[in-house]
Design a protein around this ligand. Sequence first.
Ligand SMILES: C[S@@+](CC[C@H](N)C(=O)[O-])C[C@H]1O[C@@H](n2cnc3c(N)ncnc32)[C@H](O)[C@@H]1O
Length: 434
Amino acid sequence: MKNNPVTGSISPGKRSRLAEGYAQADAERSVTVSLPSRGQLLLPLMRCLEANGGSASPAEVYDQVAAEYGATTEVRSAEAIFVGSGPRNLFERQVRHAQQFGKIKGLIEARRRGHWSLTDKAFGVLENARPGVVLAVFETSRGLALWGHVEEAASLIEPGSVDTIFTSPPYPVLSQKEYGGPKDAATWLSWMFDLVDLWRPLLAPGGSMFINLGAEVYRRGQPFQSLYLERFAVGMEDRCGMQLAQRWWWHNPAKLGSIHWVSIRRRRLKQTIEPIYWWVNVKDGIQDAANNQMVLQPYKDKKRPYKTGIRPSGIDIGVGAFDKDNGGAIPSTLIIKANSSSNDPYRRACRAAGIKIHPATFPESLPERAILMTTQPGDLVLDPFFGSGSTGVVAERLGRRWIGIDRARGYLRGAALRFTDAVMTDFPPDAMSR
Ligand SMILES: C[S@@+](CC[C@H](N)C(=O)[O-])C[C@H]1O[C@@H](n2cnc3c(N)ncnc32)[C@H](O)[C@@H]1O
């Protein structure tokens, strides 16, 4: 213990309390790891309480907060010996401080003994739907945007009414994104399979389900990839009974790849391609009625799209072959589209309205190809992870009906700005400009 200025003029009781305080401060100083502050832990703690349905005991959330914050094992297990007690875990102590900080700010309350609960104000701050509550946020002439958890909102949709699902869930990446989703691949897989079990009955027989996923998911601390995509594909067929129609690929030349393994450590290449799995609800022998004539592209060289002669594969392309005009070229499974725009109409509208821009939108060309190929005007398209509403925007433009679900109200407010005829159903009219 360091020298302290406790003088003889202080009562013995106070002196001993002061000495204890100095001892605690010394114990903490002797810990070399840098602990997160209570302010840094408040949001991760709130997110974990939210993931537990809004309330949990401290013991239930310590590990979850550590994972959400991204604490190293060293930080999670840091201990100090305090006067009058044995070793105490310092990370857990900081989480308790964060809880007290949240209480002072009116974000956390102790509604149940031994449990920390989020207040209404906290749900407002998180802008995420309360468990068990699904609200319509806005509607257009063809579509409806629901604010709620995908697990709950799906039950509001009529079974067999959806013709195509096009969606991009949060990927199981180690650095948690603000828009949620389980981080570890095993939890993510069982979450997704449960969701697919909910979505499949909503699909019409022969209906399609397109799922865009990230191809680059590293194992913690290693330059090796998770095999979650392979496991997902196998489980979709074996567990969920879906049939794989095709894998499409989105090449986003503007994608950066892993900062750590690519840019800093230089151990891997830039991953710029993401798969879009196209599954079909083959039921009672009914197959999908997809039609690639709906997505034909202008011929590059109308006269001779392929050179004549024997190709390396042995196929002989004779004179006159492929000369027939079939109305356009059949596109490949590769969609090339850079996702680097920072000044498109959606982003400009969000900035003007002071609404947060969604950090992970996909380009409209992705749902466009899928919707054109697998649906007819008037059909219903569902995006259960709606985000900024890209799928709805395309569906609306192509004359399809749509339903979008997202748990984050802020994103739905931004999505509403992309539709000229959106009617807000849960906000006063001036809410759009707030
Ligand atoms: C990758 S983003 C989708 C972005 C969208 N494709 C677009 O173009 O804007 C995933 C979305 O899922 C939402 N989300 C995550 N977990 C959810 C849940 N349990 N229920 C409903 N929405 C959820 C997030 O708020 C986020 O907007």
